[in-house]
Design a protein around this ligand. Structure first.
Ligand code: NAI
Ligand code: MG
Length: 481
């Protein structure tokens, strides 16, 4: 792994510095379970210093920049990321345990986010509003100020792109608290931002524990917007902290996303999406498709085709670039095994295979396809966050909708059918922030607004919509007679 920064430092006010806490945390390679170094254990004092640096940036060079200048800087940062794709992929693959080609996709997505938000920065406009005689009324879109970004370990680069990328485009100054399990790509990103010439304090990165640095950031009275991706439990705490300071919050809390397959679907086209959406990143994906709903007439056929696909899945070290890598941690593996313990062998339709040379200390779980359980079984309702998919049969559209909408979540959903009317009906009836018709995930399209309903959270990131979320609308009413 090729690192060009000191992993034990925090990035604050445009400079690398040792954390005020003077403490560090060990990091490991999930493929081997062995230590690969240390990161800073940033604490409340480090968050204070980062927030102060962000405030200074808003009062200084960063706050004075035009939207076009900000856009140019983001585009330049995107180009620096593009030049470092292989190094970033290597870092993420080692730190997260992502198969190398999946890590490369994340680095490419980060560059694309920066390209998109760089181009969008000077295209966010207010409007003029027809009003009473003697008035001219218009709206301005202004930054919140200091924005706090608490992100998880599953897709650090993509989440930095969609969250920090959009916030910077709107002129906010960001304090980013990456997850303790996977900080390295965030630190690499900070250094690329420094190299791109981002003004001091526009971006600050403070690694640390959730209950320390994360809690301090979410409670900080000078932070004017919070954006969080992670678990429902912590999301609740972040929303409570935001309520305390009366600041807006964007929450992206995962899901139990269904793909609904009707008997007129093109199964050849659907099959790779059905499987891949469940096992990508070892199922540790907020928008993982962990439920496959299949119409009765094709249920047996699809079960056997999916089972055959699972037979061919291999699991091993991230560097081997197989279908599935390790889970992020021993703890995450325990969580997933706890779910699997709630069922028995009769319900396991098929499993992938952990290859023989997978390192002994890695956190591997063979992908598992489950059938024959009720839609209200925990495995079919709760987010597992591992390579586990459940197949559930349904009778007709009403029944499919009832099962699909029958969890607390609502992040994404898909419908596979050749019937255009059915596609439109399902798109309306499925409770989710994104609905895909005859595909799943739309290749991650950075242009497409993304976010959930229910326990999946609220607020939208990605696309142009994120720029509205990361800005405040001001109405100016001028009376001139
Ligand atoms: P988590 O919600 O604890 O961690 C996400 C981020 O929140 C990390 O940066 C963490 O340091 C921070 N955090 C933790 N406690 C905090 C606190 N009290 N105040 C402020 N920030 C805090 O998620 P975890 O424990 O890593 O994973 C547990 C489960 O959460 C997973 O099994 C999965 O179901 C879900 N999850 C969902 C994600 C998604 O993409 N929506 C991402 C990661 C986890
Ligand atoms: Mg946690």
């Amino acid at each position: 792994m090729q690192l060009w920064f000191d992993t034990e430092e925090v990035f604050v006010g445009g400079r690398w510095q040792l954390p005020l806490s003077d403490e560090k945390l060990p990091i490991e390679d999930p493929s081997t379970g062995t230590g690969i170094g240390f990161i800073a254990r940033g604490g409340a004092a480090d968050i204070d210093r980062a927030v102060a640096a962000a405030e200074a940036a808003l009062d200084g060079e960063w706050g004075r920049m035009t939207a076009a200048e900000r856009g140019r800087l983001l585009a330049k940062l995107g180009r620096l990321v593009s030049e470092k794709i292989e190094a970033l992929a290597q870092i993420e693959s080692t730190d997260v345990g992502k198969p190398l080609s999946q890590a490369r996709n994340d680095a490419i997505a980060l560059a694309r986010y920066l390209e998109f938000y760089g181009g969008a920065a000077d295209k966010v406009m207010g409007e003029t509003i027809p009003f009473n005689q003697g008035f001219t009324v218009y709206t301005l879109r202004e930054p919140h100020g200091v924005t706090g970004h608490i992100i998880p370990w599953n897709y650090p680069m993509q989440i930095i792109g969609r969250s920090v990328g959009a916030a910077l485009a709107m002129g906010n100054a960001c304090v980013l608290k990456p997850a303790e399990e996977a900080c390295l790509s965030a630190l690499a990103f900070a250094d690329l931002a420094r190299q791109a010439g981002l003004p001091d304090g526009a971006l600050n990165v403070v690694p640390g524990l959730g209950e320390e640095a994360g809690a301090a950031l979410s409670a900080h009275p000078s932070v004017r917007h919070l954006s969080f991706t992670g678990s429902v439990g912590v999301g609740r705490m972040i929303q409570a902290a935001a309520a305390n300071n009366i600041v807006p919050v964007t929450l992206e809390l995962g899901g139990k996303s269904p793909q609904v397959v009707f008997d007129d679907a093109d199964l050849d086209a659907a099959l790779p999406f059905l499987v891949n959406a469940g096992i990508q990143n070892a199922g540790q994906t907020c928008s993982a498709s962990s439920r496959i709903l299949v119409q009765e007439g094709i249920y047996d056929e699809l079960c056997s085709r999916m089972a055959a696909a699972y037979d061919g899945l291999t699991v091993g070290a991230a560097s081997a670039d197989l279908h599935v890598g390790p889970l992020i941690s021993a703890r995450q593996k325990e969580i997933v095994e706890g779910f699997l313990a709630q069922t028995d062998a009769n319900h396991i339709l098929s499993r992938g295979r952990i290859v023989e040379d997978a390192p002994a200390g890695g956190h591997y779980i063979a992908p598992t396809l489950i059938s024959g359980i009720a839609p209200d079984h925990s495995l079919a309702r709760d987010e597992i966050f591992g390579p586990v998919q459940v197949i559930l049969p349904f009778r007709d559209e009403d029944h499919a909708v009832e099962i699909a909408n029958g969890t607390d979540y609502g992040l994404v959903a898909s419908c596979w059918s050749r019937d255009g009317g059915r596609q439109m009906r399902m798109a309306k009836r499925l409770k989710a922030g994104q609905v895909f018709l005859n595909n799943y995930g739309a290749a991650g399209g950075v242009e497409l607004p993304f976010g959930g309903i229910g326990h999946s959270g609220h607020g939208r990131e990605k696309g142009f919509e994120a720029l509205y979320g990361f800005s405040v609308l001001k109405t100016v009413a001028a009376y001139h007679g």
